[in-house]
Design a protein around this ligand. Structure first.
Ligand SMILES: Nc1ncnc2c1ncn2[C@@H]1O[C@H](COP(=O)(O)OP(=O)(O)OP(=O)(O)O)[C@@H](O)[C@H]1O
Length: 365
């Protein structure tokens, strides 16, 4: 099996969101998250602000300290430890992720961010620790079941199945796959309606992500940025409550950056919770409601983006004490301190449309 082929658990097979006591679904949450014509269908990506404003208010009084308690956490983890031989990659005493907010997980290379993602989503097993998602324990739950509970993820290296078409990839992400069962597969009425519904939903999402023109193309023919979009769209097929994005901007041509940013903001406006790992500090500052900083496996700081990026502990973690080198818009982290911001498009190909979804991206991490 080619390296980029997986069992489709990256956002696939989720059975749906469980109930919670957060805000009631709005027109935006009930419609757009299903890819149907909800309120956000009339909004450009990133235009809505209802949930951003709620998150800002909800997090205003949260102490800016590692492991701080949140008013409405969807994910709560305790004592999570992962060792590789003599190396402790993750040692998180306590962390809470606020529901309906966008939380960034940042930290220098090797801080343990991806390992923590892998643990929380069932792709790796911890040596110690436990966590709950929406009040239910998720530790020791397999990855595909984590997705069924409503928590899906994307990968640093995209997992689109390159020998399947874009629409086939999308169908793999659907939560209802009754035709997979041997008996059900023999009874066409049982799966034909579901397949029609899944295809309609997939087509709605492809339109939203401006991938509809690529519907019949092999995923392997897509550019790096388009694969990122496909993976995000596929994750939404399962109607998740929480989406975890591992370096969504890595390898993406700057021309597609705004489109991706808009889509991430959209997830929040549709009532989803987002946790993302990212090295691009402009993105972190632009879209995050809250930032969690890891270094050497532990959480060293938490807070709103501006507060965190001015925190000496964070600057220490990234820059090893070179405090004359600030984090922020005017001084993006360079390769001496972080491994990249964007991989440049070697061809310098311009976008075809305003969102750049049909442009050609350089990287294919
Ligand atoms: N499967 C593994 N076997 C051995 N060591 C590992 C394994 N996976 C991760 N590590 C080590 O654990 C530490 C944390 O790695 P991890 O990839 O989680 O960091 P990260 O913060 O995601 O880094 P980056 O920003 O570079 O992706 C690193 O020292 C890494 O080398």
């Amino acid at each position: 099996m080619p390296a980029d082929q997986t069992d489709g658990t990256a956002g696939a097979h989720a059975v749906g969101a469980t109930g919670h006591d957060g805000p009631a679904p709005t027109a935006a949450t009930s419609g757009a998250a299903t890819g149907s014509t909800g309120a956000t269908a009339t909004l450009a990506p990133g235009e809505g602000t209802e949930f951003r404003d709620r998150a800002t208010v909800a997090l205003a009084d949260v102490p800016r300290v590692p492991g701080s308690k949140k008013p409405d956490p969807i994910l709560v983890a305790d004592g999570v430890v992962r060792r590789f031989g003599g190396l402790t990659a993750v040692d998180v005493q306590h962390v809470e992720i606020q529901r309906h907010a966008i939380t960034a997980l940042i930290g220098p290379n090797g801080a343990g961010k991806t390992t923590l993602f892998n643990l929380l989503t069932g792709f790796d097993r911890p040596d110690e620790g436990s966590w709950t998602f929406d009040g239910q324990t998720l530790s020791k739950v397999a990855a595909h079941k984590v997705a069924r509970r409503g928590m899906v993820r994307t990968f640093q290296l995209t997992k689109a199945l390159s020998r399947l078409t874009v629409i086939e990839n999308m169908r793999l992400g659907a939560k209802k796959q009754r035709g997979e069962g041997i008996l059900a597969a023999l009874v066409k009425p049982l799966w034909a309606k579901e397949e029609r519904e899944n295809t309609a939903r997939a087509d709605d999402l492809l339109r939203r992500f401006k991938l509809d023109a690529k519907r019949a193309d092999f995923a392997g023919s897509l550019s790096g940025g388009q694969r990122k979009l496909l993976e995000m769209a596929r994750a939404l097929m399962s109607e998740p409550q929480m989406v975890m994005l591992d370096e969504p901007m890595a390898g993406v041509n700057p021309a597609l950056t705004q489109s991706l940013l808009g889509h991430v903001k959209d997830l929040r406006e549709q009532g989803m919770t987002v946790l993302f790992v990212e090295h691009d500090m402009d993105m972190v500052r632009d879209i995050s409601d809250w930032v969690i900083v890891m270094a050497q496996g532990t959480i060293v700081a938490e807070g709103p983006p501006d507060t965190v990026m001015a925190d000496p502990a964070v600057i220490d973690a990234y820059l090893g004490g070179h405090h004359d080198e600030p984090l922020g818009d005017d001084d993006p982290l360079d390769e001496d301190h972080l491994h990249y911001r964007h991989e440049e498009d070697p061809a310098g190909t311009p976008p075809v449309d305003g969102h750049g979804a049909t442009s050609t991206e350089g990287g294919t991490r």
